[in-house]
Design a protein around this ligand. Structure first.
Ligand code: FPP
Length: 242
């Protein structure tokens, strides 16, 4: 453990198996420093590395991050380009380390619409890491919850599934998260209190954890505090406590 890492007591905590994060506040982080928005996204990407390390350290098995939504195409072209560049750079520069760390990369969303070279990088990274099982990293990129549901329904119709045969389990198997457990906790940084079309089916019973920290400032200790808060929640799934 690095000398500057604060010791954190995890012994009495239930560790959520699947944590999902809406990484919000990069723009504000940059503005407060008089920097361009892209600098905030770069700081956000660096922070993602810290959070992946913390997830591995804490024993979280699945991390899902909202990196680029179907609605983010409406941002200025320059910002979209910067985000694509950051994603490509992370795939080029970090994938070998992530692979060595036992991270298995999944993509949630549609690859169509993304440049062919970035699509190729994503496919190669997925293939390289497919047998890893220390941490599943779902990157929601060109992802929207409504688009995901429509995508699932279209495929079910194409497969000729009858209404009577439709179950929640079958529906789950058509989502981008097929085969994975639902998120236990959804973190949203930067103080916003919206779901913003993120995992709207899968997070039906997730515990929401909004935090005022801007994404580049949401580090290992802040993730630990989120887990502590998660442990104070009573998960009832609509039934009465025993
Ligand atoms: C929201 O902050 C953040 C995003 C739309 C992009 C998130 C992307 C990263 C953290 C880059 C790294 C991602 C990968 C997959 C390598 P905002 O721009 O809406 O912030 P604001 O609300 O303060 O303007």
């Amino acid at each position: 453990m690095a000398a500057d890492k604060k010791p954190l007591d995890l012994s009495s905590l239930v560790i959520p198996q699947h944590v999902a994060i809406i990484m919000d506040g990069n723009g504000r982080w940059a503005r407060r420093r008089g920097l361009p928005r892209a600098a905030g996204h770069r700081a956000g990407a660096e922070n993602l590395r810290r959070i992946i390390n913390a997830c591995v350290e804490f024993g979280i098995k699945i991390l899902t991050i909202y990196a680029f939504s179907t609605e983010n195409w409406g941002r200025p072209e320059q910002e979209i380009k910067a985000l694509m560049k950051i994603f490509a750079r992370v795939l080029d520069q970090e994938i070998d380390d992530l692979h060595a760390q036992g991270v298995c990369l999944h993509h949630l969303g549609e690859l169509t619409g993304i440049s062919p070279s970035l699509q190729e990088k994503v496919r190669r990274a997925i293939d390289l890491t497919k047998d890893n099982d220390r941490l599943i990293l779902n990157v929601a990129f060109n992802y929207g919850g409504r688009a995901e549901i429509l995508h699932a329904v279209k495929h079910m119709v194409a497969d000729g599934i009858e209404a009577d045969d439709l179950t929640e389990e079958l529906f789950n198997s058509y989502l981008f998260t097929s085969g994975l457990p639902d998120p236990d906790m959804v973190v949203r940084t930067s103080g916003e209190l919206r779901i913003s079309n993120f995992l709207i089916w899968q997070a039906a019973y997730a515990e929401y954890y909004p935090t005022p920290a801007l994404w580049p400032d949401f580090g290992r200790e802040e993730l630990y505090e989120a887990i502590v808060a998660f442990n104070q929640r009573e998960r009832r799934y609509g039934v009465l406590p025993e």
